[in-house]
Design a protein around this ligand. Structure first.
Ligand code: TNX
Length: 647
């Protein structure tokens, strides 16, 4: 495909795309409306969407001349001429899956004229059975604070609280003199955090000047836990570590802010709070591959995670659609695989347009993120998703492919032959360099190696991979090879002093060594239990409760996905991790994590709408003891929680 300059020039045709999903026929109709300007002949319509046109599809009204996953290029029929006031209709009778929300439809479109000039196309929200309507983004439910709950704005709910009275709330909190270094550091981190999150309001924690002093004591409490005593207006915070102090200061700041914002809430004058997290791993995952997020957006998100007392940020750094980490030994990766557009290695995908778009993180960027996270007690767990989901890696580094590979397997997202080949020496050279780079940049004890969604039949057209499989196992077997691949990855990470985290499919075909591995169960809540029974440590992130890319309701006009059903705020909140696990497996349950996959996130405002306040619901599941959770209390308080907006 040749490079072309987007043509906004006066005199260019004005175009609009309307898509309609016919539920009964499971067919999509695309109508390109020509609303003014010169007639069009010999053009191709470029379209990105969430759906993919199925390879066995019958297409009427155009010819599919190129497809990569959700990028489609459809040629105008020979001899056809589209005049202003007319429309060009294309019908496709088979897609990758059933469409359930308008967000499954076209996300970006443009027309390539016969001379390769590019004309923008306005995309309307997809309709169903011809019915249009305004997108439906209802606000999250709220309500009054239940009378039997302590009237304080602490989210996630603390373990034990007994308070009375109302202290004056005009003054900020200040640190009393002579406190331990851990407390000082935590205080200044939380003071800065609060100032960033709520810049418009009077300071909550002040680093000097007049204020209500918080006395601090180092005491033997459980990891990350803290206690607060209020006595006639005095405040004493005790904790055993920096994390405990930080959590205590966040609690104090939340209470002060809540009391200032709402007459129904107080900053107490007497009483006690004892608190500690239920789980050590309280995370959020973000896919920065399908959409690129600027460093500033991630810094803002980290602030919100900290305010929710979350302590892991799982950064999904690559996928078929993009590679986001600069690896100096392989400059091609960010030079080629971090960008999409016409004339780029990757075509537009998932809402990107003809012009070059995307991005990557330099070592300096990662240094900023890691330092920011560290100050907030958050560990950034980097994920390099291998061996599957590697389309763009294999495009940027074609020497990683077996040149004799024949046949095509396709991933769920319709990327052809997208798995790193275990039988290619170059695969291991690349991974050595990538892991060395991760070691330099990320102090996390776990490195995430992906392992999700390797396609059935992967590598079975590669003579080298088949020979390796026969040598190792006496048969040709994708998942036995995957297991061998992951064990080797685990050994490489071990040599470098790190543990291996992976998605649950890593257990297929023999899995990896249970020692030092952590599996993330995402398919459904019961899959975690089976992994624990095999001896793996598990983090639960079942899509039905923890996937923030799922829509909030089944309505066509509600944005998001719903392959795992819809996730109402209440569904996320009421999730009971490990409730069906036998007692003997319970200590394998390391925590809970929210996940945000970003296929749909090109839509303005959607990130914030889907993440908040469900993130706080997952945070409460991960932190609070089951008996302490109360949905009505949560509904009264979540409006006070901060939201980051993807800028
Ligand atoms: C499944 S969850 C995937 C991702 C998609 C996600 C969309 C997982 C480990 N793999 O590749 O983005 O569904 O919800």
């Amino acid at each position: 495909m040749t490079a072309a300059i987007p043509l906004d020039a006066p005199g260019a045709p004005e175009l609009r795309l309307r898509a309609d999903w016919n539920m009964a026929d499971q067919a999509i109709t695309l109508r390109l409306l020509h609303e003014g300007g010169p007639a069009i002949e010999g053009a191709r319509l470029a379209l990105t969407s969430l759906f993919r046109i199925h390879p066995d599809c019958r297409i009427e009204g155009g010819e599919l001349v190129r497809q990569l996953s959700n990028f489609h290029l459809i040629a105008q029929p020979q001899g056809a001429r589209l005049e202003p006031g007319q429309s060009w209709t294309v019908r496709a009778d088979r897609l990758s899956h059933v469409l359930r929300h308008f967000t499954y439809g076209p996300k970006s479109a443009f027309l390539m004229l016969a001379d390769d000039a590019v004309v923008p196309v306005a995309v309307e929200p997809m309709t169903v059975d011809g019915v249009a309507g305004a997108p439906n983004w209802p606000a999250a439910p709220t309500g009054p604070m239940p009378p039997d709950e302590a009237p304080v704005a602490i989210v996630p709910a603390p373990l034990e609280i007994q308070i009375s009275g109302k202290a004056d709330i005009h003054l900020p909190l200040v640190l009393a003199g002579g406190v331990a270094q851990e407390a000082q550091d935590a205080f200044s981190a939380v003071a800065d955090l609060a100032a960033r999150l709520f810049p418009q309001t009077a300071p909550l924690l002040a680093q000097g000047g007049e204020g209500r002093p918080v006395e601090c004591a180092l005491a033997a409490t459980e990891a990350e836990g803290y206690s607060i005593r209020f006595a006639d207006g005095r405040v004493l915070l005790s904790a055993g570590d920096g994390a405990g102090f930080r959590h205590g200061f966040i609690t104090l700041a939340q209470m002060l802010r809540g009391a200032r914002e709402s007459e129904d809430l107080v900053f107490p004058s007497n009483g006690t709070i004892h608190d500690r997290p239920r789980f050590g791993w309280r995370g959020m995952h973000l896919d920065v591959a399908r959409q690129f997020y600027e460093v500033g957006d991630l810094l803002d998100l980290l602030d919100c995670l900290a305010w929710n007392k979350l302590n892991r940020f799982h950064l999904h750094l690559n996928d078929d659609e993009g590679w986001r980490l600069d690896i100096p030994a392989y400059p091609e990766l960010v030079a080629k695989a971090a960008w999409r557009g016409i004339g780029e290695l990757l075509p537009p995908l998932l809402g990107s347009g003809p012009e070059r778009s995307g991005g990557f993180y330099s070592g300096y960027d990662i240094g900023r993120l890691v330092a920011h996270a560290e100050r907030l007690g958050i560990e950034i767990v980097p994920e390099i998703d291998i061996p599957g989901h590697c389309h763009c890696v294999l495009e940027a580094l074609p020497q990683l492919r077996d040149p004799a590979e024949t046949g095509i397997y396709r991933s769920v997202q319709y990327f052809p032959n997208n798995a790193l080949n275990p039988a290619m020496e170059e695969t291991w050279t690349l991974l050595g360099a990538v892991f060395d780079r991760l070691m330099e940049l990320f102090p996390a004890s776990y490195i995430h190696a992906g392992a999700d969604e390797v396609a059935e039949g992967a590598w079975m057209g590669s003579p080298k991979a088949r020979a390796l499989s026969r040598d190792l196992f006496g048969r040709e077997d994708t998942f036995a090879l995957q297991s061998w691949f992951l064990k080797k990855v685990q050994a490489m990470l071990r040599e470098r002093g790190r543990n291996t985290a992976v998605w649950e499919e890593a257990a297929l075909g023999g899995g990896l060594d249970t020692e030092g591995s952590l599996l993330m169960a995402w398919k459904e809540s019961k899959s975690g239990r089976a992994l624990a029974e095999k001896g793996y440590d598990v983090v639960l992130a079942p899509a039905e409760a923890c996937y923030l890319d799922m829509a909030l309701c089944a309505d066509w006009l509600a944005p998001g996905a719903s392959w795992a059903g819809t996730v109402r705020l209440e569904d996320a909140y009421r999730y009971e991790p490990g409730s069906d696990w036998p007692e003997r497996t319970r200590d394998r349950l390391k925590g809970v994590q929210a996940c945000l996959w970003s296929e749909n996130m090109a839509l303005a405002g959607l990130f914030s709408y889907l993440v908040y306040p469900r993130l706080s619901a997952v945070a409460e599941v991960a932190w609070s003891a089951p008996g302490r959770r109360n949905y009505a209390r949560f509904c009264a308080l979540h409006p006070l929680m901060p939201r980051s907006a993807k800028r």
